[in-house]
Design a protein around this ligand. Sequence first.
Ligand code: ATP
Ligand code: MG
Length: 346
Amino acid sequence: PKTVFSGIQPTGIPHLGNYLGALKNWVELQNSASADDTLIYSVVGLHAFTIPPGDPDSLRQSKLDAAASLIAIGIDPARCILFHQDEVPEHAELAWILNCLTPVGRLRRMTTWKAKLATVKNATSLDDVDETDLSLGLFAYPVLQAADVLLYKATHVPVGEDQLQHIELMRDIASTFNGRYSPPKTPFFPVPEAVAPSATKRIRALRDPEHKMSKSSPSANSRILLTDSPESITSKIRSAVTDSTRHLTYEPETRPGVANLMDILSACTGETIDDVVRRMDGKGHSDLKAATAEAVIAMWQKPREEFERVRSDEEELRRVMWGGAERAREIASRTLAETKRLIGLA
Ligand code: ATP
Ligand code: MG
């Protein structure tokens, strides 16, 4: 049996990159799961706090937004354990133990944390980011991520391409722990595997196709949100940066803006890239943009309506998430107790 775990940060309404890179896989794994598989999906508030969002109220709202978004795209709290990470304190405690097993040098090689600060600070190069400005929490968040997954002894982790480096780290941490503390021949933590999307790996920012689409990037027109109106989707895609070559070709290295739109179009309609290139033969940038906007609008029409419905009943939403936290905590407290026993702390 599989145990699937993944998380999303409550740093804003999920965007097309989150959906096509990760969340769509969450739903597919749920819908193809067999009865003895366990699916655990989390809104990871402690991660969102690594770059403090400033206003406590907006973090509270973002947590509900994220939870409602997951239900809106088809995550079923009756079939999955859906919960807020910050309501299960075992995450932080296991993270501490794993912090003590993780070399600082290994974390320093993670590109994500500096890249993230660079986006937030609007720096043009990673070299302009002063490490001393970074919080210890931001530095260590890949270890918290390892704790999130290992706490449930998860075997499969559906994430977008930008997270693959962190999956490597958590595999190393699991192996290190197993090597030092597992009883012989019975590894305590399964070494988790990434589940990456088959075709579309990374959705790029519409205004800046050199970078990935991000919730925390300052450029709001660079991302399409689950809650965007059809008009807003159309206008964001219309203003996407492409290039001045007339014919449409798929060349991600040299024409990232055009390739990004083709990736989005193919992921939304289920066509292959070849289908898309053939369909766009002899057409121009504005045709590609119109087709892409239409495909995104159609794909998200139902989830957007569902979001409004789910998000409007906060009391019910909190109740559902609290129920998830109780179920998560049952597993988490067991793993943590066993872990502490193995290392000599209990
Ligand atoms: P933030 O900027 O706050 O880090 P984010 O947009 O990166 O937000 P996360 O909550 O960190 O979103 O990530 C949720 C999931 O979405 C992860 O599995 C991540 O790999 C995936 N993801 C994020 N951005 C993209 C993208 N542009 N393309 C594909 N997958 C993505
Ligand atoms: Mg991210």
